[in-house]
Design a protein around this ligand. Sequence first.
Ligand code: RIB
Length: 297
Amino acid sequence: MARIVVVGSINMDLVTVTARFPGPGETLMGERFLTVPGGKGANQAVAAARLGARVSLVGALGRDAFGDQLYTGLQREGIDLTHVRRLDDTESGTASITVASGENQIVVVPAANARVTAAQVEKSAAAFDGADAVLLQLEIPLEAVEAAVDVAARAGVPVILNPAPAQRLPAALLKRVRYLTPNQHELAGVLGENADGDFRALMACAPCPVVLTRGSEGAWYRDGGEPVHQRGFKVDVVDTTGAGDTFNGAMAVFLDRGIDEAVRLACAAAALSVSRLGAQGGMPSLRETEALASALK
Ligand code: RIB
């Protein structure tokens, strides 16, 4: 059983389903409203746990009603929350999400997530000992992400960094990452390059191995040699929210099977995740993921 540490955000997702996105100043009648757990860190933790991993999450929640619901939900997924702090003087993170025809628009208010510190990550170091992978994203302060890379290096654990939402990152940090897992726009943002060019040329500019996600087209990965393509798996799309998180959770869980197999299974898991509403709603089990993956061998 893989053991994974996730350092990252925990949000309550406030999801409105509508036929199309409203324009500026426009009021639309929506079809449905849901309050569902999310946040890139929590989503990646849940994805890995559903695939059978033992998962520790490092993060922060407010001591509010959303915080209570999110904490209980993560406990129910069997995730170790020893290093999730509850803060009295701030709210839990939220994401206001509009879903229209399978696409989404998201506004995140970090709140407690902005208070994850390097010191907190250092204090959680025991959780990194003996882990198979550390999963990071960029919805918490960069100093906490950098501290997690330091702690992982000391423990000899490979780091998967999902640079979302994208920001320019120092090459010194990227060089310490085992796999960077952006989409094309995120990779351009991380490197300070234009996103319109050839994604393979962008991948060649990164100072670390890159696994580039391409939505329904699957993923491309480059680990030293030429980029390799993994086809996507065809499914009916309901909601793409959390597909990237499912991909990352799966990558971490399957890393010990080698990069080809890890990316193939991660593509299968991500495809399954978009067939249901909500970031965590469609995250698949190990059995479902292996069944879909073996259908396209
Ligand atoms: O990656 C999807 C997640 O991004 C959502 O769950 C939302 O909380 C935002 O953080």
